[in-house]
Design a protein around this ligand. Structure first.
Ligand SMILES: [Mn+2]
Length: 256
């Protein structure tokens, strides 16, 4: 398992990014066509991928018990295993819908899982990467909920519920109640009101990054932050089927 934040892109290779598949929403069956499309995309990109970044909310709800994980998503997990086993590094950033990961991706798939944003260097380009939830100003209700969701005691309590009940509650909170989602499916608020733009601009005052790449907004966005820094939002695999590609020089947002 590669856990270096320094990735070399060989000639002709690329780094791919995708986020917000929300597999399982509204049901496993209903999201199956989206899952198949995603697996076909993985199959296409594996030929020239130097690395793959999956940036959260792959699952609409995911919770790992000590010996149990939720049913479903077999095609995705199988494809990720195949690609990872072939030696292509995959990096996973948890989203607000699947932050309850606890070793399964590492052990089963050889995929490192990050719970916080990280800066990576691709050749000479610095890229700040994260799911994007709970960053910047606003979304106070979600930030309050996130404290509960990430609290070890509440996680421990939840774990003791029978998984058939626990996962049902999780799915309910995710699909119907929107308690887990927060503001993540809002419309474009304008550059001055996009809280991830505000977050990036604040970060830039401390340290330069060439690119900031996030998911979570479900909106494909490319916003120039200053002359040398750009914020990219990856969109989603529900409405847009967008993904990011970095070839060592240029970052492009494409549609599958
Ligand atoms: Mn999200």
């Amino acid at each position: 398992m590669t856990k270096s934040n320094d990735i070399h892109i060989a000639e002709g290779k690329k780094i791919y990014f995708a986020s917000d598949n929300h597999l399982g929403a509204p049901t496993n069956e209903a999201s199956r066509p989206r899952e198949k499309k995603f697996v076909a995309w993985l199959d296409d990109i594996k030929h020239d991928a130097a690395a793959i970044f999956l940036m959260g909310d792959l699952f609409d709800f995911w919770f790992e018990y000590k010996t149990v994980v939720p049913k479903g998503f077999t095609r995705t997990l199988g494809k990720l295993a195949e690609i990872s086993d072939s030696g292509i590094p995959i990096h996973y950033f948890v989203g607000n819908h699947d932050l309850w990961m606890n070793g399964y991706f590492e052990e089963e798939l050889g995929i490192p899982v990050y719970h916080k944003p990280q800066e990576f260097t691709f050749n000479k380009t610095s890229v700040f990467i994260g799911h994007g939830d709970g960053l910047g100003p606003g979304d106070k209700g979600y930030k309050r909920m996130k404290k509960v969701f990430t609290n070890p005691f509440f996680q421990w309590l939840f774990k003791w519920m029978h998984p058939d009940i626990g996962v049902k509650i999780g799915q309910y909170m995710s699909v119907k109640n929107k308690m887990i989602s927060g503001d993540d499916d809002a419309k474009f608020l304008g550059e001055d009101n996009e809280w991830l733009v505000a977050y990036c601009k604040r970060k830039l005052k401390e340290k330069h990054s060439d690119f900031f790449v996030f998911g979570h907004r479900h909106l494909p966005l490319e916003i120039q932050l200053n002359e040398t820094s750009k914020y990219i939002n990856l969109g989603d695999w529900i409405q847009y089927y967008t993904y990011g590609v970095f070839d060592g020089e240029n970052f492009e947002l494409k549609t599958y």
